[in-house]
Design a binder for this molecule. Structure first.
Ligand SMILES: Nc1ncnc2c1ncn2[C@@H]1O[C@H](COP(=O)(O)OP(=O)(O)OP(=O)(O)O)[C@@H](O)[C@H]1O
Length: 307
């Protein structure tokens, strides 16, 4: 289990984390969601000992992070979004090099290497130069390198950005396999359907604080009776520019979809009347936050960005 209490980190005047508290259960796949600049990377960097917090505490498997940095680094692995290996070395040479600099040897090396290669399906390309791999294969090599220390906790920073669907599915399958092997996975992504597919628990971070945390089903259920989603056949920005500037409690999910938040009773009638006036046809009207995306937009939209 990872226990985070009142973590604060500033860069100059900018508070990247503001007394953030969070509990991440063991052997779960935990989704960390937040808009750009919310503090996700800062949090992951602190949890991995790459940055030091100004105040607050972190316990990983009961150990305080500050006094046990070396041990915690052995138990955790951060898989960055950027590729961090040598293009001119083969897959095997890269894996052996990164195992070597962590001084992983003997039986541990054989076991960890086999696990990293098998879960990332790299067997067929061990003698291939990294430069010749596809984007998805490179991403899998990146992950395999992160597994060489056989970590208990894996932090993934958007591992599936810009890769083909086959590699995306392989990566998602491997993440489920890590959980089945009792590893804890902390996962950030902007791609909500992916989070919905694999995560047990989700926390939404905004402006350096956790604004919502829970199981995915409970979070969506909480919102069920309070939200209405209206999908249109037309583009809102072109056909109804006045509507979007007039109304509170209305947000855009995309240019054809409106999300009406809490307390929307009379508002629905008002909007439907406006749409009728403009002869805009409604494609679908749904009750409840049917997706994590609508919940996320609703929770993280800032004043001034609301429509
Ligand atoms: N080294 C730094 N120096 C100055 N400001 C920083 C630094 N690192 C982060 N920040 C600021 O702290 C805030 C949180 O940044 P962080 O990178 O943690 O957000 P994020 O949620 O990971 O965003 P993204 O999804 O865009 O990667 C932002 O306002 C960012 O500009």
């Amino acid at each position: 289990m990872i226990e985070i209490n009142a973590l604060t980190k500033s860069f100059g005047d900018k508070k990247a984390l503001n007394k953030l508290s969070l509990t991440i259960p063991s052997a779960s796949i935990f989704g960390l969601l937040g808009p750009n600049g919310a503090g996700k990377t800062t949090l992951m960097s602190i949890l991995n000992g790459l940055l030091t917090a100004d105040s607050g505490e972190v316990f990983i498997a009961g150990l305080p992070l500050t006094n046990n940095l070396k041990l915690v680094r052995e138990k955790c692995s951060l898989i960055p979004q950027s590729l961090a290996f040598y293009e001119q070395l083969t897959v095997k040479e890269n894996l052996l090099f990164f195992a070597g600099i962590q001084q992983i040897k003997g039986k541990a090396l054989l076991q960890n290497l086999a696990y990293a290669v098998a879960t990332n399906r790299l067997e067929a390309m061990m003698d291939q130069k990294a430069a010749t791999l596809s984007g998805g294969q490179k991403r899998r090599l990146n992950i395999a390198i992160g597994l060489l220390n056989n970590p208990d906790v894996l932090f993934f920073d958007e591992p599936t950005v810009g890769i083909d669907p086959e590699s995306r599915n392989q990566i998602l399958d491997s993440i489920k396999a890590y959980k089945a092997d009792n590893k804890t996975v902390v996962y950030t992504s902007h791609y909500m359907p992916e989070i919905e597919k694999i995560c047990d628990q989700v926390a939404i971070i905004n402006a350096g604080q956790i604004i919502k945390q829970g199981s995915l089903s409970s979070m969506l259920h909480d919102q069920q009776s309070q939200q209405v989603i209206i999908e249109l056949y037309a583009h809102i920005s072109t056909c109804l520019p006045s509507l979007v500037s007039q109304l509170d409690k209305v947000k855009l999910i995309d240019d054809c979809t409106l999300l009406l938040s809490e307390g929307t009773g009379p508002l629905i009638g008002h909007i439907l009347a406006l749409l009728e006036q403009q002869q805009i046809k409604v494609k679908q009207l749904r009750f409840g936050a049917s997706s994590l995306e609508s919940l996320f937009i609703n929770l993280t939209s800032k004043e001034g960005e609301d429509v």
